[in-house]
Design a protein around this ligand. Structure first.
Ligand code: SF4
Length: 310
């Protein structure tokens, strides 16, 4: 088994992206928001200042090594446990990819910094971009996302709309539904009106499938999500993180498993779903990592969750 990369994780199968190699440019849970539903937990560093959070040259070196070793993926995805656009040089990943590989690039962003023209100038280099919009006004934005000082709902929407005008690639918007908080039809209609202003190519309706940062934050039932999706029109569909139907099982490596658990604590069943593997096979891999002290196990409610101490 090989050592996990510091900045790369996966590839993991994704319904939308096929095999997606994650690239994490931000230290664990450094983000412009502290969303109540965040799966990696509370954000200890809620910031909006951009910087050289990790050495970009080291990330590019890992990518080169991964390619040299015959790494294969359908997408290179800027994601992880924080907000990638906080890294002042995140655009270098897209420039590198265009020069060294045919693999398409993806940016997953909460959109908080898209009001900054410098951020938009680099974000347009991604082949696909997914934004978030789950609130309908400042009060709901603060309640759901608990953003860094200076990050406002007005700025978020202005930035996301400005980006749509400048971006020619595939743009999707994820609407994250929390039961009883933004799941009521009256509130969803308001969110849908704002999403329409952004004119994305696709709208993904998602909900809580792993333990959230704040206790009591819960998922809406699937039938309700389907009804909600209709309010957004024909380009909207329900996508929950662990629906992987239609994918071949992926070969599991310690590297891929550790990389994922480090960023997203998950149960055995969820990880088995993530890699499309039988649960007993995943359970054996997890128990091995626990026995060698690289992964910890903790009961959350009635289910055991696996995580790495950061
Ligand atoms: S859900 Fe995303 S945007 Fe929200 S705190 Fe977690 S990492 Fe940041």
């Amino acid at each position: 088994m090989t050592k996990a990369y510091d900045y790369l994780f996966g590839p993991v199968p994704s319904r939308r992206l096929g095999r997606s190699l994650g690239i994490d440019l931000i230290p664990f849970k450094t983000c412009t928001m502290n969303c109540t539903f965040c799966q990696p937990g509370e954000t200890p560093c809620v910031v909006s200042e951009r910087g050289d959070y990790v050495p970009m040259q080291d990330v590019l070196t890992e990518l080169s090594q991964w390619l040299e070793k015959g790494g294969q993926a359908d997408h290179l995805t800027l994601a992880g446990s924080g907000e990638p656009t906080l890294h002042i040089h995140f655009g270098d990943i897209f420039r590198w990819a265009k020069e060294h590989t045919d693999i398409a690039t993806v940016l997953l962003t909460n959109g908080a910094l898209l009001h900054d023209p410098d951020v938009r100038a680099d974000a347009v280099l991604a082949d696909k971009v997914k934004l978030t919009l789950s609130a309908w006004d400042e009060i709901s934005f603060q309640q759901i996302h608990r953003p860094a000082e200076g990050v406002t709902f007005d700025l978020l929407v202005k930035g996301e709309r400005a980006f749509r005008h400048e971006y020619l690639g595939e743009l999707s918007v994820e609407v994250f539904i929390i039961d009883g908080v933004n799941s009521q039809f009256s509130n969803v209609r308001k969110i849908a009106q704002i999403v329409q202003l952004i004119s994305p190519d696709r709208i993904d309706i998602n909900t809580v499938v792993r333990p959230p940062a704040v206790a009591g934050i819960g998922a809406s039932p699937e039938e309700h999500l389907q009804a909600i999706a209709e309010l957004f029109g024909p380009t909207a569909s329900v996508t929950t993180s662990f629906k992987k139907q239609g994918f071949q099982a992926m070969e599991i490596s310690e590297e891929a498993l550790l990389g994922l658990i480090k960023r997203h604590p998950a149960s055995c069943g969820q990880l088995a779903g993530e890699f499309n593997l039988p649960e007993d096979q995943m359970f054996k891999s997890l128990k091995y990592l626990v026995s060698t002290n690289r992964v910890m196990e903790e009961m959350r409610g009635t289910e055991a969750y696996f995580f790495c101490r950061n």
